[in-house]
Structures are given as C-alpha cells and as structure tokens.
Design a protein around this ligand. Structure first.
Ligand SMILES: [Zn+2]
Length: 325
C-alpha cells in the first residue's frame, strides 16, 4: 500500500489540551468500522475543534462506530464523555478504574504514594501534594470500558490490525499495528520531540510483588518496535514519525546518558531518591513532583537493574549507592 492510500485510511485530528504537553493527536481509522483512536481532553474547546475537523473530513461524531483508547491519561480519554453512551469503548483492562474515576481505587492510589514517597525520602511537608495528584482528572471522563484489548488481539472492525501491550508511560498503554502496511498508531509510546515520562503508578494486579518499574517497561516496549517493519508511526503528540527505529535508538541512548549522570551523584555519596531528584531537577522538582520523581526513579531502577547501583532498604528512607566508586 502506498503513502496516499495510507493517508486516506488514517485521518489525523489535532486537539488543544489544557496541559503543558500542548496539543494531542487523535486518529480516525477507516476500517470496516469507522474507529476513533483516542479522544481528547474533556473541554468544550477540544470538542468544538474535534467536530469542526471531523466535518471537514465529511463526518459527524454520530458516524463514529467505536473508540479505542491507547491509555488512560485525561488528554486521551476525557472527551469520551461527549460521545453517545452506545458507542463501544475498547482498551486495555487497566484503563477501567481510571475511566470511571473509581473512588476506592483513587484513594488507595494516594495511600500507596504516601508510603512510597516516604521510602523515597520525601518529608511529610510534601504529602499534601499527593492529594493533588488527581487534579487533572477534572479533564477526564466518567465512562466504562466495553471491550478489553490485550497483547496479540485482533480488533473487531479493523481486520489486519493487532494490539501490542506497551506499558511504561502508563500501565494501561497499548499500540495498534497493521502488519501489511507497517503503520503503527502509537499513543504516547514514541514521540518525535520529547521522551514520554515513565510515570510511577501503583501495581494494577492484586497481590503483585513490588511496584511496576516504568522506565524498564518503557525501554522494553520501545525496543519491541525494533523487531517490526514500520513505515510510519502516528503519535499521540507532535509530528508523525517516519524513521522510528533511529528515534528509538536515540531515545535509549539519551536515557542511558541520563542514568550515567545519576550514577555520578551516587559515586560521591549515598542518597535518597528524593535527594537525587533535587540534584537532577533543582528548579522544578517542587512544582512537578510526580513527573520529576518518576523520571528520577526511572534512572535509579535502570541502574539497579544493570547492577551499577544498590539500595540499602534497612531504614526508611531507602539509600541508593554506586557499586563501584
Ligand atoms: Zn499520556
């Protein structure tokens, strides 16, 4: 299939968001069923912009037959609330508590982070900011997931398209791949100008041992793409990606370099995760606590996984130290 046919099969719609990341991309796939991949944030502005762009393609929201979400973040799911309740919503099962803003789940999440952040060395003054964690959910939806998508599944109404589980940026993250054309609809797995944050999340599986390690998951998820023939990646933010394999190599290299920097701090001194965070992000850590802590813990998990650092967990907070000075 050539580029023109590809372009006709997938239509890109760019929507404004109230978030620092800027615009979000959603996609219409013209399969057997007209499928929307991701919905923007829940704002009037995004919804109006969506309808306007849809009209230019000759559609109205009622023409959309199903919606797939790549992950649960508000800029990708919020606008679901504007759609008819009969439109089936597909996504990874881990989206469920987020899509319906399950109160019990959200409270358990806050308690989980209170514990975890003490282990990471944050003092109690920072705990109130954990309560603000879910402020962005005001732009999210209150919906249910109708159909679960997991690794290797074919999607109804989109013959030839496969689901790949790609956790890291979110535990619920999936991408859609059409082997025949090498097209990947990638959500926030791979972005052209920024590296997606490996966001800390509580374990999603009951009885799981330990917490998810999003940076390791993200590296693994993008590395899986190296085995695929890719003609184009349609990302959740920014421009389309034509040389995905090169970008993946670049992302992995940059991450390893940042980890080296962190290792340098730990060769001088034993540090808590929070102390490393303050050294890495001295000017923004207090404003962007979750993002900067996630990024920091990502580097620590990576170094620990490589055997370059160790953790002394005898006391709270835990102390990280380099194996070789
Ligand atoms: Zn996201």
């Amino acid at each position: 299939m050539n580029q023109t046919t590809q372009a006709k099969q997938i239509l890109k719609i760019i929507l404004p968001t109230p978030f620092p990341v800027g615009d979000v991309n959603v996609y219409l796939i013209k399969g057997e069923r007209l499928t929307l991949v991701d919905a923007g944030p829940k704002t009037e502005e995004a919804w109006l912009s969506f309808q306007h762009q849809l009209k230019e393609y000759g559609y109205t929201p009622d023409d959309i037959e199903q919606i797939i979400v790549t992950h649960h973040h508000p800029d990708h799911v919020g606008m679901l609330d504007y759609f008819d309740h009969n439109i089936p919503v597909f996504g990874h099962p881990f989206n469920k508590p987020w899509l319906k803003k399950d109160e019990g789940f959200l409270q358990a999440q806050a308690r989980y982070f209170e514990q975890l952040f003490l282990i990471f060395g944050l003092n109690e003054n920072f705990l109130p900011s954990i309560q603000k964690l879910n402020d962005t959910l005001e732009y999210s939806c209150n919906r249910k997931l109708h159909h679960e998508l997991v690794e290797g599944m074919e999607i109804a109404g989109l013959p030839g398209w496969l689901v790949m589980e790609t956790p890291g940026h979110a535990q619920s993250h999936i991408v859609l791949y059409e082997e025949k054309t090498g097209i990947l609809v990638g959500g926030d797995l791979l972005l052209k100008d920024i590296s997606p944050n490996p966001l800390l999340e509580p374990p999603m599986i009951e009885g799981a041992i330990g917490r998810p390690k999003p940076q390791l998951q993200l590296n693994n998820s993008i590395s899986k793409l190296l085995d695929l023939s890719l003609s184009i990646v349609y990302p959740g933010h920014g421009e389309n990606i034509e040389h995905a394999h090169e970008l993946i190599a670049y992302r992995l290299k940059k991450q390893a370099e940042r980890a080296e920097l962190v290792k340098g701090f730990l060769q001088k001194k034993h540090l808590t995760a929070f102390e490393v965070c303050k050294a890495l992000f001295p000017t923004i850590y207090h404003k962007q606590l979750m993002l900067t802590m996630s990024e920091t813990v990502g580097q620590l998990d990576y170094l620990e996984d490589n055997g370059q650092i160790k953790i002394d967990e005898t006391n709270t907070p835990a102390l990280y130290y380099a194996v070789e000075k």
